[in-house]
Design a binder for this molecule. Structure first.
Ligand SMILES: *Cc1c(COP(=O)(O)O)cnc(C)c1O
Length: 374
């Protein structure tokens, strides 16, 4: 035990991320570029260590959500191309130029503002055009009704001085959902994208990097990989279907039993008294709470893994602690490690109990929780 593992900590296996990148690559057509999505602190795994591991092992590109995340990587010495997936104010174009950051370009008015700012700064801003083929989020609207108008707008944007349109992309809305309806929708989105690419090519506009597949697309539609894939959660090794590729989870959330108490039957546990012991009970206190990322909505629902098996969590989860029932696990005691999620306690199952997805629980692991890199 050291001071970082006295309370609650996250073990991050960068070798698993590298393994996952290799396994994903092997499932795709040779030559497909690999963009690692490291937004939101690499889904909680730590953006800088994750980016370093990806860069050292042959990733082609990185993506983040915003300028601050891109600058964090540059400050740490990451030299791979970085794509910002969100909107950056035109006033920050000089920073994008200085740090050689690629910016998503999602509408014509912003294109004009970026062009003016890049010209004023005497630089050329590298952009990837974002098309909206049915996600209904950012991007030039490229459904059938708007295709011609948007194709013309994209062509005008690409012709502006101070901009270099290296790439063009789209995002799938339901590529990770089962069923024929989701498959139809995904195929329609891809068809809309290729129709726009064809219309632009007919005007002589071609892009070096065309990309559309995040996790769902990469896993279920490898034929849509085009020039580059853009997986996030898949890279970190979560999700049931991910087992198909033999991927390995990147993170485990661990805590250490801080105290063990004995209660009579009929004792109310924690805020609100939502759990009452039904028998004489041996209760452990673990120093992990919602401020660490263990959502309060999991109160009385989750189990944590101990060296002798699963222990049910009892009563409301507090900000910094919660209680686990050790009555049936007499060998588990103060100082023992428990696993909230990891190799034994499945993150997907925990997410389902919380009414959410693995992404949200990973992002929730708070800065207070030290990351230990193995
Ligand atoms: C977050 C994001 C990704 C990664 O999504 P996953 O489902 O984690 O693979 C890819 N592309 C865009 C545009 C995103 O916003």
């Amino acid at each position: 035990m050291n001071e970082l593992t006295e309370r609650t900590w996250a073990e991050v296996r960068l070798d698993n991320l590298v393994h996952n990148m290799g396994a994903i690559r092997a499932s795709l057509p040779a030559g497909t570029k690999f963009l690692g999505v490291v937004k939101a602190d690499a889904y909680g795994h730590g953006a800088v260590p994750a980016a370093r591991a990806l860069e050292a092992n042959g990733a082609d590109y990185l993506a983040v959500a915003c300028l601050a995340e891109a600058l964090e990587l540059r400050a740490a010495g990451i030299t791979l191309p970085i794509l910002i997936l969100g909107v950056t104010p035109a006033a920050d174009v000089p920073l994008l130029l200085e740090h050689r950051i690629t910016q998503t370009l999602a509408d014509e008015a912003t294109a004009a503002a970026y062009s003016a700012a890049a010209c004023a700064a005497g630089g050329t801003l590298r952009v990837h055009i974002k098309t909206d083929t049915g996600m209904s989020r950012l991007g030039f609207l490229c459904d059938e009704a708007h295709r011609d108008r948007s194709t013309a707008a994209i062509a005008r944007a690409c012709a502006l001085p101070g901009l270099e349109a290296e790439g063009i992309f789209m995002h799938f809305a339901v590529s990770d959902e089962p069923g024929a309806e989701a498959e139809d929708y995904t195929r329609r989105q891809f068809a809309r994208f290729t129709a726009v690419l064809d219309a632009l090519a007919a005007q002589g506009l071609r892009f070096a990097i065309r990309h559309c597949a995040a996790t769902g697309g990469t896993l279920f539609y490898p034929e849509f990989a085009l020039d580059m894939v853009r997986p996030g959660i898949l890279l970190y090794g979560y999700g049931d279907p991910q087992r198909k590729l033999g991927l390995k989870p990147g993170m485990a959330l661990l805590s250490r039993i801080a105290a063990v108490k004995h209660y009579d039957a009929g004792t109310k546990i924690s805020y609100g008294g939502t759990f009452t012991t039904g028998r004489p009970t041996r209760m452990g206190v673990i120093p992990v709470g919602y401020a660490d990322g263990l959502h309060r909505c999991l109160s009385n629902k989750l189990t944590v893994w101990t060296k002798d098996g699963f222990a049910p969590q009892r009563g409301r989860i507090c900000m910094d602690m919660c209680m686990i029932d050790l009555t049936d696990l007499p060998g588990v005691d103060v100082g023992d490690t428990v696993e909230v999620f990891g190799p034994h306690a499945d993150l997907e199952a925990l997410a389902e109990k919380a009414g959410t997805i693995s992404y949200e629980l990973l992002c929730a692991v708070s800065p207070r929780v030290p990351r230990i890199y193995l």
